[in-house]
Design a protein around this ligand. Structure first.
Ligand code: SF4
Length: 621
């Protein structure tokens, strides 16, 4: 008997366009059911529809939701308030935004306890609780349950005093306070480092084993699904397109979209080959009324796919798919052979750079930030963000810098470009010392070293058109000839980066995340650099868009002989792209070597911990 039963749930915009379109699924007690798909597929809107927390302009347009025998769609808003945070709780992606910054974490947990755990009468009696002893004790127990050390002291602290992982633990403690039978976890670890992610997911599994609660896990991360889910539904453009047990889905995905998601994953096996990116992007929800919504991006599509909406086909008990390829005599089921899913990268064209020529030499680099205190701002100590790092990079190679947030990766990248002035040490680029150079001398060097940032939304000036963005660097460095020559150069850059030439007259907000990252890469290339420092360039992107950007970076390296310093915490990307790896911890490089050495035979305990924390996917693809 299922705990949650969702039948034909439909949510629409005011104009009637369906953004969650008749989806059905069931979750049993103690089960983890994953909703998988790219951003914009309707996963989070499904969760909000279940909670009846729809944003303005969106309304429920039908369907039935039963939780523990209670028809949620028939409850009044007042009755629903008792369900939210009680029988059904939710944790969100960004714990920093979900917690109230002006209340202690104890007060926030106590608020849930008052509403759902100790009853309304007690709630009134305890309305003045700073934190009354029994309530405080329960808050401390909950914080201890989720692994917050020294909970008796920390219960009085504010969210800003907690790290990202600890904030997510507090969110879980709040969710558990109401003793939920169903926990909805919406991308609960996307904002966290890989080691913290492993801890949070383990905590959720332990809690589930202890309490028997069911979990709806919303994620775009196949590794997280692989390690945590019992059953999986794949969502695309507001519909569920495939549903199966975890083992069935990972051993033989049926829907072309699911197959493409698997094929887009970077890893060591696909090194040297082009990843199979999914062309285009998810259509705006509600924009396709007829035919299969995946048809514009599907390599198997034929006329029927554009004319007739595919029906749900049951393949076996609990396994179904929405695609004309199944249950149809006129077409064969697509092969999941690797060769059909990604093509050979042009390995016969090696990078033109000479691998042994040192482009960048860094020796004992230090960046210390002073800690100032008191009225006179006396220096009382320092934060050693980068503490004695030495490395070297050859032309045409990729060096990956891996480690958790706060280990000094980004500061090191900025120090190499002299955007942050080093405290000590040496940075030599093509044999020329950069540390200590004046502004003018540095300006001419900057053309050779460019940076691509993590967030393509924040790194482009929204008031400039693409052509102006690309020309800005050339004008500042007085390169690229006259205006006409620059326009020709810009057209070439757009071609190289896979953007239409007409894109140059548009503004950044008119592009998708992946296209914006292409523009950011084109901007960096505009001044003909030899070294690109890529700071987590794919971490804000979906797996299919990530594949497009990785393919682009790889082909540019082969064509132009570029060197990349690739700052990342995604070890699958490192396996796929990097030649050498440096592992950073607390401002120091603790291990370095070739990608194969570091990833297959790590020597340092920290590297071993980092590798062990990465969710692994075993597929047939
Ligand atoms: Fe592709 Fe047609 Fe199946 Fe849609 S119905 S996924 S277009 S083959």
């Amino acid at each position: 008997m299922s705990l949650l039963s969702v039948q034909s749930l439909t949510t629409t915009l005011r104009n009637g366009a369906a953004i969650v379109d008749g989806i059905s699924f069931e979750i049993a007690a103690g089960e983890t059911f994953a909703l998988l798909g790219e951003s914009g597929c309707g996963k989070s809107m499904t969760a909000l529809s279940l909670m009846r927390l729809l944003p303005d302009g969106v309304r429920s347009a039908g369907g039935a939701v039963q939780l523990a025998g209670v028809a949620l769609h028939e409850l009044s808003e007042r009755e629903m308030c008792a369900v939210r945070g009680g029988t059904m709780a939710m944790i969100f992606q960004e714990p920093g935004l979900s917690l109230n910054p002006v209340m202690t974490v104890g007060a926030q947990i106590a608020e849930v306890l008052r509403l759902h755990d100790v009853g309304r009468a007690s709630a009134r009696q305890q309305a003045d609780v700073g934190l009354k002893p029994d309530l405080q004790q329960r808050c401390i127990e909950l914080l201890e349950q989720v692994g917050i050390p020294d909970a008796a002291r920390r219960v009085h602290e504010y969210p800003f005093q907690f790290s990202g992982g600890m904030k997510q633990r507090v969110m879980i403690a709040m969710a558990l306070a109401g003793k939920p039978q169903l926990l909805i976890a919406d991308e609960p670890t996307t904002a966290l480092d890989v080691t913290i992610q492993a801890q949070v997911l383990q905590l959720l599994r332990d809690t589930q084993a202890r309490t028997g609660m069911a979990m709806l896990l919303i994620t775009h991360d196949l590794g997280v699904v692989s390690e945590n889910a019992h059953r999986v539904a794949v969502m695309y453009a507001g519909e569920i397109v495939e549903q199966a047990s975890r083992d069935e889905l990972f051993s033989k995905p049926l829907h072309p979209y699911t197959q493409k998601l698997f094929a887009a994953l970077p890893d060591a096996v696909r090194r040297g080959r082009e990843l199979s990116a999914i062309p285009g992007s998810v259509p705006p929800l509600g924009s396709i009324a007829q035919g299969c919504r995946f048809a514009p991006r599907c390599e198997h599509a034929w006329a029927r796919c554009h004319e007739e909406t595919p029906a749900w086909t049951e393949q076996a008990a609990g396994r179904g798919v929405r695609c004309h390829l199944y249950g149809s005599a006129e077409w064969r089921v697509p092969s999941a052979e690797p060769s059909s899913l990604y093509s050979e990268f042009s390995t016969q064209h090696p990078a033109p750079g000479t691998p042994n020529l040192a482009l960048l030499q860094v020796k004992d680099l230090r960046v210390h930030f002073p800690i100032r205190k008191g009225l006179l701002q006396r220096v009382t100590g320092s934060v050693k963000a980068v503490d004695g790092v030495s490395l070297s990079m050859a032309q045409g190679r990729t060096l990956a810098l891996v480690g958790e947030s706060g280990c000094g990766k980004t500061t090191l990248g900025k120090a190499l470009l002299q955007l942050v002035r080093p405290t000590a040490g040496s940075v030599q680029f093509e044999g020329k010392e950069l540390v200590g150079l004046g502004v003018q001398a540095l300006r001419s060097q900057r053309a050779s070293m460019q940076m691509v940032f993590q967030d393509p939304y924040a790194s482009l000036n929204p008031k400039l058109r693409v052509a102006e963005i690309l020309e800005e660097g050339m004008s500042a460095l007085h390169i690229g000839g006259d205006s006409k020559a620059r326009q020709i150069h810009i057209d070439g850059l757009l071609d190289k980066c896979g953007l239409a030439r007409a894109a140059k007259w548009r503004y950044p907000h008119e592009f998708s995340g992946g296209q914006r990252q292409r523009i950011a890469i084109a901007r960096a290339l505009a001044v003909s650099p030899k070294l690109l420092i890529c700071d987590e360039p794919t971490s804000a992107l979906d797996v299919s868009v990530q594949a497009q950007i990785l393919n682009l970076l790889k082909s540019l390296q082969q064509e132009l002989g570029l060197s990349y310093l690739f700052i990342t915490h995604n070890l699958a990307v490192v396996e796929y792209l990097a030649h050498e790896v440096c592992v950073m911890y607390q401002g120091r490089v603790v291990e370095r070597g070739t990608a194969a050495q570091v990833l297959s035979a790590p020597q340092h305990e920290y590297t071993k911990t980092l590798l062990a924390a990465v969710p692994r996917i075993e597929t047939v693809l």
